[in-house]
Write a protein that binds this ligand. Structure first.
Ligand SMILES: Cc1cc2nc3c(=O)[nH]c(=O)nc-3n(C[C@H](O)[C@H](O)[C@H](O)COP(=O)(O)OP(=O)(O)OC[C@H]3O[C@@H](n4cnc5c(N)ncnc54)[C@H](O)[C@@H]3O)c2cc1C
Length: 374
């Protein structure tokens, strides 16, 4: 009988396994249907010495000293402030759209007038959701709002979700900001960095404990009749666990296509968005993240597509009233299983960044420690 069985060797499962083994001194079996650990954060060094993120670019950031100190036991970091550019009317502008973007996109006099009006109306160093900016009454600010909405936001959103912003849940679109500042960083958290030897190596270090056994190429479906366990922590999709009895929880997915080019550098930022042109949403150039030197460079192109089980990955949950109430039905089922805990992005049916994912695994661990689970 296994004391703790964890399904899913991604970030959630690994954090939980690590803390159970280290702090509770209990044995853990962690399994994954994939042939590698690290789930969506999986990276590897390719033959040119460039670290590639197989499921798309990952930049770690947190405001939590607790989370930062915890991970820092298992990795050294390369501090990394992320910059994103967007190609608008063929010109590179900083994204999220900010005061520097104004001067790239418009003639100086117009940019200056817009800057003054934005600061007067909203204040400096504020982030205004784009849908709020659209409601402004000032003629020129209204022009700006429409410009950003059409050129930066609409095209990207339609590609990403195959739906207009109005058709999507406010939680998906409402947070996309226009930044009234000259801060070109994509994120503002206190700690922003990339593990010096990659995410996969950091996770290997976290799993390196005599009480943790890790089994790859092992799906829950293939072991559930044979493995006996006291507690099960499930980080896979909650609808799949319950054999889709209330229907599927829908997701958007990504077809990520990689390309290696015989040149030192391809673009002027690690990530460049293409809201207007092409079918892909963005191009990532991986050597930026760890400042890796090579006369070649690796790019990925992200083509959003519908999720289909067995064909691609669940990436972005499609949140609306209908899918939320379906998810709630699964939560009711979950309550009937006291020995099973659902966690992680697929258990929560939410887009969780790594910080939120780790916080969720910590919450599960704390409930376990204080006896909330049997
Ligand atoms: C394109 C993209 C970019 C991102 N960029 C960032 C970023 O820049 N910064 C950031 O902080 N976060 C980023 N994230 C979010 C980050 O990837 C997640 O927070 C994190 O990976 C979630 O970990 P998890 O363990 O919950 O899920 P996952 O990583 O999905 O792990 C779940 C694991 O469970 C396994 N599994 C599922 N079902 C079964 C089953 N039935 N049997 C066995 N195994 C199973 C899966 O194979 C998988 O390995 C990004 C995510 C994506 C998709």
């Amino acid at each position: 009988m296994i004391k703790n069985l964890i399904v899913g060797c991604g970030l959630s499962g690994i954090v939980l396994a690590n803390r159970i083994a280290n702090e509770l001194n209990e044995a853990v079996l962690i399994i994954d249907s994939k042939n590698h650990i690290a789930g969506t954060c999986y990276d590897f060094k390719d033959e040119n010495g460039i670290t590639v993120h197989q499921y798309g670019p990952h930049i770690f950031r947190t405001n939590s000293k607790e989370i930062w100190d915890y991970l820092s036991q298992y990795t050294q970091w390369r501090p990394f402030m992320h910059n994103v550019l967007g190609i608008i009317d063929g010109i590179e502008v900083p994204i999220p759209f900010n005061l520097n973007s104004l001067y790239k996109a418009f003639p100086p006099k117009l940019a200056e007038r817009l800057e003054i009006k934005l600061i007067d109306e909203f204040g400096y160093n504020k982030k205004v959701p784009i849908l709020e900016l659209r409601n402004t009454q000032d003629k020129e600010l209204n022009f700006l709002a429409e410009y950003i909405y059409r050129k930066v936001f609409l095209g990207y959103t339609v590609k990403q979700w195959d739906a207009t912003p109005e058709q999507l849940d406010a939680s998906v679109t409402g947070s996309v900001p226009v930044s009234i500042s000259r801060d070109d960083r994509y994120f503002q958290e206190k700690y922003q960095a990339i593990p010096k030897e990659g995410y996969t190596r950091m996770f290997e270090n976290m799993l390196n404990h005599p009480l943790i056994e890790c089994r790859l190429n092992a799906s829950w479906q293939s072991v559930r009749e044979t493995i006996q366990y006291e507690r099960l922590f499930f980080t896979g999709a909650i609808d799949e666990f319950f054999d889709y009895r209330y229907g599927e929880l829908p997701y958007r997915s990504l077809d990520i296509r990689f390309e290696t080019l015989e040149m030192e550098k391809y673009q002027n930022a690690p990530v460049v968005n293409y809201p207007e042109n092409y079918d892909f949403t963005r191009i990532t150039e991986y050597k930026y993240f760890l400042n890796e030197k090579s006369d070649k460079t690796v790019l990925s192109y992200e083509y959003p597509e519908a999720f289909a089980a067995g064909r691609n990955e669940r990436i972005y949950p499609i949140l609306n009233e209908g899918t939320q109430s379906r998810y709630n039905q699964y939560l009711e089922e979950a309550k009937k299983l006291p020995h099973v805990v659902f966690l992680g992005r697929l258990g929560a049916y939410r887009y969780y960044d790594m910080n939120r994912t780790i916080a969720g695994a910590f919450e599960t661990f704390e409930k376990l420690t204080y006896g909330r689970y049997k």
